[in-house]
Ligand binder design. Structure first.
Ligand code: ATP
Ligand code: MG
Length: 423
């Protein structure tokens, strides 16, 4: 026998039993985002590699070692998207959506990163996100945070805490960069290989290192706060003020720098301790430089993205994932010409009750085995077309979850009676 093919390492099938949780998550997010005035956008899963190199930054983990890049048949370098923000900006620029107007957008979909698979970290994973363009003030970061906070509330998830920080303007970052380089140069014997390389290319990223052996050194490093100018402080204080007045609790975490290159001013993360090592469920901030970096007119931008698998895992752990729902009605049919009568009756019912979940038994079989399937289907009612019903032009109704006597209706009648029988 041929080897059975397996799913790619780090990627997962979402099986029917898990779909109710996914559908709930997706429905809630769509309704929520739209209720805040965000409109959906979908971009292709594959983009030119240059888009990500130019936006995320050539010396980030993502671009250096996590991207699924390949040459297509024309010899162009393409990549599976590792995140969606760059694509959204590209799409907006291409369609002229950022010209003299604000935009509030949301997205959802799969992302791809060649990371070491572990709980909460996969090679194909899903993100929901929101992006707002054309707004300079910190009220938009506050809105994004409030949206996420409401999402946790709707999902019934507590235990997700907000951390915020300010990276300041690019001038502040520049100044901080030289202070940081000086500090790490003084301690260069304690740097790991990655950090040594970053010292030249992207020293801020050293602060984001996950290497435990680097943590003491990072802990003692100078903080960005001392480099923030008046304008940066004002922006940060405006955000804090709105969060205070709307009752969102947060912690200022001066070590929060975020992995992507394009952030400035506000950065934030929603973190939980219930998921073990992979505790960040949502991350975002302001990224004013990105639109111009991708060839547009300089523009303001802020957004976040959240990891769906981590949220699903919280929903399941906390008993908040809905059970798999069965169908409403199972139509049993047996006898000469019963399949045609069954299909025809079902079509009449479907015409009238478009939301009803009605399964018509297919593939013949004994009455007993059909009833067993009806029971397993989760249906509340079995409609039965047997020899005698076929002759009489009737259909029998059997209640599968209630102590109620079997009933019989004419085939014309059942179409209008079914709704009340299901109540
Ligand atoms: P981390 O520090 O966990 O690697 P990140 O900074 O790379 O996260 P972002 O690029 O900001 O993450 O992505 C936003 C969110 O998407 C994360 O907070 C996380 O919830 C989720 N996420 C990121 N990478 C993965 C992955 N490989 N598998 C599952 N979820 C992920
Ligand atoms: Mg990462």
């Amino acid at each position: 026998m041929a080897d059975q093919l397996q799913v790619i390492r780090g990627m997962h099938d979402i099986l029917p039993a898990e779909m109710p949780a996914w559908n709930r998550l997706e429905d809630e997010y769509r309704i929520l985002a739209e209720s805040y005035g965000y409109r959906q956008i979908r971009t292709p899963i594959v983009e030119k590699t240059a888009l990500f190199a130019r936006s995320i930054g050539a010396v980030t983990d993502i671009v250096e070692k996590e991207m699924y890049s390949f040459e297509d048949r024309n010899g162009d370098s393409l990549s599976l998207r590792p995140e969606n923000t760059a694509s959204v900006v590209r799409a907006c620029l291409q369609a002229g959506l950022l010209q003299d107007q604000q935009q509030r957008l949301w997205y959802c979909g799969p992302m791809f990163r060649h990371e070491r698979p572990q709980k909460g970290r996969y090679r194909q994973f899903h993100q929901f996100g929101a992006e707002a363009f054309g707004i300079a003030s910190a009220d938009i970061e506050a809105e994004l945070i409030l949206l996420a906070a409401r999402f946790w509330k709707r999902l019934g998830l507590d235990d997700i805490a907000l951390q915020i920080n300010s990276l300041g303007s690019s001038a502040c970052r520049q100044q901080f960069r030289s202070i940081l380089v000086e500090y790490f140069r003084d301690h260069h014997t304690e740097l790991d290989e990655d950090s040594e390389r970053r010292l030249e290319t992207n020293p801020l990223r050293i602060l984001d290192s996950k290497n435990p052996e680097m943590q003491d050194l990072i802990e003692a490093a100078p903080t960005l706060q001392d480099s923030l100018g008046a304008e940066s402080l004002d922006h940060f204080n405006e955000l804090r003020d709105i969060l205070d007045q709307t009752g969102v609790s947060y912690q200022v975490n001066q070590r929060l720098v975020r992995g992507l290159d394009y952030y400035c001013h506000t950065v934030f993360e929603w973190v939980t301790e219930t998921l073990g090592a992979q505790g960040t469920v949502c991350a975002g901030g302001r990224y004013d430089g990105l639109v111009e970096q991708l060839g547009g007119k300089a523009n303001f931008a802020a957004g976040f993205s959240m990891g769906c698998e981590r949220l699903i895992s919280m929903l399941i752990d906390q008993g908040q994932s809905p059970p798999e729902a069965g169908c409403d009605v199972y139509l049993v049919n047996r006898g000469v010409n019963s399949a045609a009568v069954a299909q025809s009756l079902a079509e009449t019912i479907r015409e009238l009750m478009p939301r009803l979940e009605l399964v018509v038994h297919a593939g013949a079989g004994s009455f007993k085995s059909q009833m067993r399937k009806a029971d397993k289907s989760g249906a509340r009612i079995a409609l039965i077309l047997g020899e005698s019903e076929l002759t009489a032009g009737t259909v029998a109704v059997k209640f599968l979850r209630q102590e109620k006597a079997q009933a019989e209706f004419s085939q014309a009648e059942i179409v209008t009676q079914l709704a009340s029988l299901l109540n």
